[in-house]
Design a protein around this ligand. Structure first.
Ligand code: GLP
Length: 240
């Protein structure tokens, strides 16, 4: 794992997006694994800018997303479908048929298998962007996840519901379940880009950096096992 220390959020977003821009420039039909949450917004803004300048072309790029809440409409401004359209897909020259986000409609285990089938068809991604939850979750893989997990319906922990309630008017509105790509598929990417910014990430980052131990109760620790992982952190997240 390569730890890349950045001055601030803008610097982190620039450094992480530069890597992605490089990959898309070298491979027109790159496959990108995308994440939601507030952290990747700066990266997406930079990708939009590079696309507007004509430096990168998304017309043959395919994307696959990590996760989605269960039980909210795609059109709901809190859904990850809405997030991706608003922050990226509606602003770049991507063919939306080439973008994939797990459905928010179903708690049916068969749907998880369908998403796994899609992931198998797509195969290894060129890059996977990841944020970190305050309890160390990756996508929505909460504590007690395992390395061989595939797409699952997750009961969100109280800590995740609390952390994500900042995006909703009340905590009661936060969905209690989500669908998430499993760790084994998250790892099926040539490069992992993990980004952590700001004081809210201090505790998780400290815990991650304090030990080399791989701990299923702290899923982000699994990233140490990936052969080509970049962890971008800014000063605010690092300062103790
Ligand atoms: C959600 C997402 C994760 C994301 C995490 C952190 O729980 N499912 O994929 O990494 O939030 O988000 P933020 O970047 O807003 O701190």
């Amino acid at each position: 794992m390569k730890l890349i220390s950045c001055e601030n959020y803008d610097d982190l977003s620039k450094k992480a997006s530069d890597l992605i821009v490089e990959i898309i420039k070298n491979k027109k039909d790159a496959v990108l694994g995308l994440a939601t949450g507030s952290t990747p917004i700066g990266v997406y803004q930079n990708l939009v800018r590079e696309n507007e300048k004509g430096n990168i072309d998304f017309s043959n790029v395919r994307t696959v997303n990590l996760d989605e809440y269960i039980g909210i409409e795609k059109e709901n401004t809190q859904s990850y479908h809405y997030f991706m359209n608003f922050n990226l897909f509606d602003r770049i020259n991507i063919d939306k048929n080439n973008t994939h986000i797990p459905s928010a409609d179903s708690k049916d285990i068969n749907y998880c298998k369908e998403y796994d089938k899609l992931l198998d068809e797509i195969g290894m991604r060129d890059i996977q962007i990841l944020g970190i939850g305050p309890n160390g979750h990756l996508a929505f893989n909460e504590p007690a996840s395992s390395l061989n997990m595939r797409t699952s319906i997750i009961d969100l922990t109280e800590e995740t519901i609390n952390a994500n309630s900042r995006f909703f008017e009340t905590k009661d509105e936060v969905p209690k379940h989500a669908i998430s790509m499993g760790i084994s598929d998250i790892f099926n990417s040539k490069v992992l880009i993990v980004i952590a910014s700001g004081k809210n990430k201090k505790r998780a980052l400290r815990k991650f950096l304090d030990t080399d131990k791989i701990d299923p109760q702290f899923p982000v620790s699994f990233i140490r096992l990936h052969p080509n992982c970049y962890l971008f952190v800014d000063k605010e997240a690092l300062e103790s």
